[in-house]
Design a protein around this ligand. Structure first.
Ligand code: BDP
Length: 601
């Protein structure tokens, strides 16, 4: 049995020791590591910080761009008193796939670079001694991986990725590694779902353990007072006059789950939960039965030096900036973020559209290879891709289902939706994910500019529409932007005429902007143009009742692949990569602070 993936904690029953720090590191360009027994221990290594992406530390391009296998190693001590515990290593993210060896023994392989997995150590570990973990990671992309891309070999023999997306393919142990000890009988997982009943709330809970003993659950308020309790693995807790979790006004109860053997406690897991309900009704997004208008961003996990390595300091700054500017939401474009992000959002009252790394499902994204007349979903890769896609949706929902901040699941970004073959793929994905979420949150995906009410064949599937639109930038740009506005209005008029009965959230719009570039009258790339472009979108948003949110692309400038459309990265940030404001930030702060939460409600 794989050990529990619950967020690791320390308490009287559980131990969580982070193995972050400098690990040994080594590239394996010939994929010969196993043949030469690297799993037993690495020689001639470099030091590499964990968590981090390895790429940007290096001064040589071959190393930054390295594609293929690479290895990490560290030692860890396992106390003798853990002999009867369930001991495991939890990798919060190894990008994009990993095989873990402990003391030379292969323990587990995991596919997908943005979700956690656990290596159960029971058989492999020595107690009261130092142990060695060696991890082989690979960062290649293919049409069956999430995200999608190709890996090519250059004439000089070096491998290179061609992502079907623009964010840099930052790789490595991007998040923390934990050494975990759980009691022999322990809580494996739990879920909560909510119903409102007048002033009261019912918390429906479900607890999974690996044993037979009784489970008791209790709920405590923020003052530490017990407000409800029950026994049994599943049931309901009535919370009288419940204090609901609200947008930017979070309230968290503590759920205490315990396993009891008569008078003896075997395990305890405490977690903060926010009581709130999410619904889509017609064109309304309702939180606690009240309409909300989303203001915020598509973001990336991306910062200087460590790339996509989780950076708590950058994250803290991002939350302060999001509060300052008057945002209330973001999409975890284009992959699940570190779990700390969701916990911060739970505490601050931010709303999250949680996305799987399903990016690049479109021939246009791979257009340099030709095949534009083919549907991405006709490719011979599609069955394998779907297996991976479904597995990652399941892992995402399993990981994030209890976060109050998560209000919707985004199952793809800008897939092909205009060809007939997209329909069975969407049907299969939406059918297979029905009922996975105990809270039944809305499921959606982001529609590219090709996908409109007239062209898209899969509009029946999402519960709300996310639109990525770029008039003013990728077409009808510069002086032509007035045509861009008119075309966008024409498109919105079409949705209206068709009697749209689901909300639209603009999940991407914006303009690349070089910070410090000023020009009057404006010119593309100037700070003035970025403001004008966003003002144009805002005029359109304000004209249609069914547009229920604006999440600008992007929160901050971020690193991309090299290309003739990018000057050291994507510069659509409202903030620079160093998290300082462009002129647009002050405009948005004014607009978002003035817009009520229930705007258009
Ligand atoms: C959209 C993608 C996003 C890109 C953006 C852009 O969803 O990942 O960064 O375009 O080009 O199509 O700025």
């Amino acid at each position: 049995m794989t050990a529990s993936l619950l967020y690791p904690v320390n308490n009287g029953f559980r131990r969580d020791i982070k193995l972050d720090g400098l690990w040994k590191f080594k590239f394996d360009p010939k994929s010969e590591g196993e043949e030469f027994n690297w799993q037993d221990g690495l020689k001639d290594t470099l030091d590499m910080p964990v968590p981090s992406s390895f790429n940007d530390f290096f001064t040589k391009k071959d190393e930054r761009e390295y594609t293929g296998d690479f290895w990490y190693e560290t030692d860890f001590f396992v106390p003798e008193e853990w002999e009867n515990r369930r001991v495991s290593l939890r990798f919060d993210a190894a990008t994009h796939r990993a095989t873990v060896y402990v003391n030379g023994n292969k323990i587990i392989s995991h596919e997908g670079g943005f979700l956690p997995f656990n290596a159960d150590l029971k058989q492999a570990v020595s107690f009261g001694k130092n142990n060695k973990v060696v991890v082989k990671i690979n960062n290649e992309l293919s049409r069956t991986t999430l995200p999608c891309g190709d890996t090519v070999t250059l004439k000089n023999g070096k491998k290179m990725v061609r992502p079907f997306f623009d964010f840099y393919n930052y790789s490595g142990l991007n998040r923390s590694v934990h050494l975990i000890a759980l009691p022999d009988e322990s809580v494996e997982d739990y879920s909560v779902a909510y119903e409102l009943d007048g002033e009261d709330a019912i918390v429906r809970y479900n607890v999974m353990t690996n044993g037979i003993h009784d489970v008791s659950v209790a709920l405590y308020d923020e003052d530490g007072a017990k407000v409800a309790g029950a026994t049994g693995r599943a049931g309901g807790l009535r919370v009288k006059k419940a204090h609901l979790w609200n947008v930017l006004d979070a309230y968290l109860y503590q759920l205490r789950i315990e396993i009891v053997d008569n008078d003896k406690l075997l395990d305890a897991y405490h977690e903060e939960i926010g009581i709130r309900v999410v619904e889509i009704k017609g064109t309304e997004i309702l939180i606690n039965q009240k309409p909300v208008y989303l203001k915020g961003f598509g973001r990336h996990e991306d910062s200087d030096f460590a790339g996509r390595g989780f950076n708590l300091n950058a994250e803290k700054r991002d939350f302060e900036l999001m509060k300052w500017i008057g945002a209330n939401s973001f999409r975890t474009s284009h992959y699940p973020y570190d779990e700390a992000v969701y916990r911060m959002a739970d505490r601050e009252g931010f709303l999250i559209i949680d996305e799987v790394p399903a990016v690049g499902f479109k021939m246009a994204a791979a257009s340099f290879l030709g095949g534009l007349n083919q549907s991405f979903f006709d490719g011979e890769w599609i069955n394998d891709l779907q297996v991976n896609h479904l597995a990652q949706i399941k892992e995402l929902i399993r990981r994030d289902k209890n976060h109050a901040s998560v209000i919707a699941w985004s199952l793809m970004n800008e897939p092909d939706t205009v060809t007939d073959s997209s329909v069975p793929y969407f049907k299969a994905v939406f059918d297979a994910t029905v009922g996975l979420d105990p809270q039944n949150r809305p499921r959606t995906f982001a529609l590219s500019e090709d996908d409109t009410i007239t062209t898209s064949k899969v509009l029946e599937f999402p519960d709300l529409y996310l639109l990525n639109r770029y008039p003013g930038w990728y077409h009808t740009w510069g002086y032509e932007i007035s045509d861009g506005e008119q075309n966008l209005r024409d498109e919105m008029d079409q949705w209206k005429e068709e009697g749209i009965n689901k909300p639209i959230v603009f999940s991407e719009f914006g303009a690349d902007t070089e910070p410090g570039l000023h020009k009057l009258p404006s010119i593309m790339w100037s700070e003035e143009y970025q403001v004008e472009c966003v003002q144009m979108f805002n005029r359109v948003f304000d004209s249609y009742e069914f547009i229920k949110g604006e999440q600008i692309w992007n929160f901050a400038d971020f690193q991309t692949v090299e290309g003739n459309m990018r000057v050291n990265g994507n510069k659509k940030g409202v903030f620079t990569r160093q998290r300082q404001p462009k002129a647009l930030a002050f405009y948005l702060k004014k607009r978002w602070s003035d817009l009520p939460l229930d705007y258009k409600g």
